[in-house]
Design a protein around this ligand. Structure first.
Ligand SMILES: [Zn+2]
Length: 377
C-alpha cells in the first residue's frame, strides 16, 4: 500500500522571516519559546528574528541546544517553557534546534519517558495531535527538519533514536535563504551534503512513492548545481536559495524512507567523543553504500547520472567522492577520528536503525561491519 502525504504551510523566499509575526498571530501564539543555540545568538541571527516579532508577544529564549540534541537538553527547554507559561515554540537554527523543539513540543502534553515515544519502540501511535504549535525557521540548508516528521534525539541511555509522527511536522515553516548567507564554508558543505544524501537515499529506497521520487530528483539537480557555488561564495544568494530548496525537498521526500548511509551515520553521530557532524558523516559514508547498493536499484543510477550531468558510464560513487574532495570534506571515517574499536557497537546500532529496512539491499550486522570497515579507508 502506498502512503503519500504532503505536509505543511511553507513561506519560502529571501526575506521570508518577516512573515513570522503574521504566522504567530494565525496560530494564536502569544508567548513563544524560541529554541536555538548559542552560536546563533552570538552571530546576531536571534536579534534578526526578535526584530520581526511584534511587541505584544513575550518571547523567551532557550539557547542551550547542543550540537546533537539530547533528552537532557529537551528537559531543560521544557522547564523554561513551563516557567514562562509559553503557548508555542519557534525553532531557529539547524536540524539540532528544530529536532530539539519537536521533542519539547511533544513533551508538553505527552507524559512519561521520551524514549517510550521512539519509533523503534512502537511509539508512533502514542504521539497525538495534543501539542502546542511549532514554527520552524531553518538557518542551515541540509536537514530539512522544518518540513520533516521526525526528530533524532540522543536519549539519556546514550542511543540516538528517532521520534516520528505526522504530528511532529511544524505547523509553519519559514524558509529564508538570507539567514544562511553567513554560514561558514565548511558547515555549508557538510549540511549541503546531508540534503543531497536525503535526496539520493530516498530516491533509491524501494518504497513506492513517485511524487517523493520526483521531488528528490529535483533536489539532487539543485544541490549538484549549487552546493559548490554556495561553498565558494556564501553570499551567492541564488545558490543559497537553491540549496535551501534542495534541503526542504530532501525532507519532503524522505517520508519514502532513507537507507544505510543514515543507518551508519546515526550511531557515529551519537558518540560523545569525537563529536562528528551528521552531514559530514553522510558525505563520507555515501560512496561506500552506493557501491554496496549498485545491483539492487534497477536503472536508478542511470537516472541519477543524467540528473547530475555525469556521462552515462560514469562511476556514481566515485563522483560523490570527488565532490567531497572538491568541498574539502574528509576522505574517510579514519580521517574524522573514527577507530576500528567503535565499529562493533556502531554496526549493532545500525542494524536496528529505523532507516535500515528501506535500504535497497538488505544489510545485517556483519554487512554493516564490512561497510564500516570499507568506509574507514
Ligand atoms: Zn540526514
Amino acid at each position: 500500500m502506498t502512503l503519500i502525504s504532503y505536509l505543511t504551510n511553507i513561506t519560502f523566499d529571501h526575506g521570508a522571516v518577516k512573515t513570522l509575526g503574521a504566522e504567530m498571530e494565525a496560530l494564536g501564539m502569544k508567548r513563544p519559546l524560541i529554541v536555538t543555540d548559542k552560536g546563533l545568538v552570538a552571530a546576531g541571527l536571534i536579534d534578526t528574528v526578535r526584530g520581526v516579532i511584534p511587541n505584544d508577544k513575550a518571547a523567551t529564549i532557550f539557547d542551550g541546544t547542543p550540537a546533537n540534541p539530547t533528552e537532557a537538553a529537551a528537559k531543560q527547554a521544557l522547564a523554561a517553557y513551563r516557567e514562562a507559561g509559553c503557548d508555542g515554540i519557534v525553532a531557529v537554527g539547524g536540524g539540532s534546534s528544530m529536532d530539539l523543539a519537536k521533542a519539547v513540543m511533544l513533551m508538553v502534553e505527552h507524559p512519561g519517558a521520551l524514549d517510550d515515544y521512539a519509533m523503534i519502540k512502537g511509539g508512533v501511535p502514542k504521539i497525538t495531535a495534543n501539542m502546542p504549535p511549532l514554527i520552524a525557521i531553518p538557518t542551515t540548508a541540509g536537514t530539512g527538519s522544518e518540513v520533516g516528521r521526525g526528530a533524532v534525539i540522543v536519549m539519556d541511555s546514550g542511543v540516538k533514536t528517532a521520534l516520528v509522527s505526522p504530528h511532529l511536522i511544524p505547523k509553519r515553516a519559514i524558509c529564508d535563504p538570507d539567514l544562511t548567507l553567513d554560514l561558514p564554508a565548511g558547515l555549508t558543505a557538510a549540511t549541503g551534503m546531508d540534503a543531497l544524501t536525503h535526496c539520493i537515499e530516498t530516491y533509491i529506497s524501494p518504497k513506492v512513492n513517485p511524487p517523493a521520487e520526483a521531488i528528490a530528483l529535483d533536489g539532487v539537480a539543485r544541490a549538484v548545481k549549487h552546493l559548490e557555488r554556495a561553498v565558494k561564495d556564501g553570499h551567492d544568494r541564488e545558490a543559497r536559495w537553491n540549496m535551501m530548496m534542495a534541503s526542504m525537498e530532501g525532507a519532503m521526500a524522505f517520508q519514502k524512507g532513507l537507507g544505510a548511509v543514515h543507518s551508519m551515520s546515526h550511531p557515529l553521530g551519537a558518540l560523545p567523543e569525537p563529536r562528528l557532524h551528521h552531514g559530514t558523516l553522510n558525505a563520507v559514508i555515501m560512496p561506500t553504500v552506493l557501491r554496496f547498493n549498485h545491483d539492487f536499484v534497477g536503472d536508478k543510477y542511470d537516472t541519477l547520472r543524467r540528473i547530475m550531468g555525469l556521462s552515462s558510464n560514469a562511476d556514481l560513487p566515485q563522483a560523490i567522492a570527488d565532490m567531497n574532495a572538491r568541498l574539502k570534506l574528509p576522505e574517510n571515517l579514519r580521517a574524522m577520528g573514527v577507530t576500528e574499536a567503535m565499529i562493533p557497537v556502531a554496526a549493532e546500532q545500525a542494524e536496528h536503525d529505523h532507516c535500515t529496512p528501506t535500504n535497497p539491499r538488505p544489510v545485517d550486522r556483519a554487512g554493516f561491519e564490512a561497510l564500516f570497515a570499507e568506509a574507514m579507508g
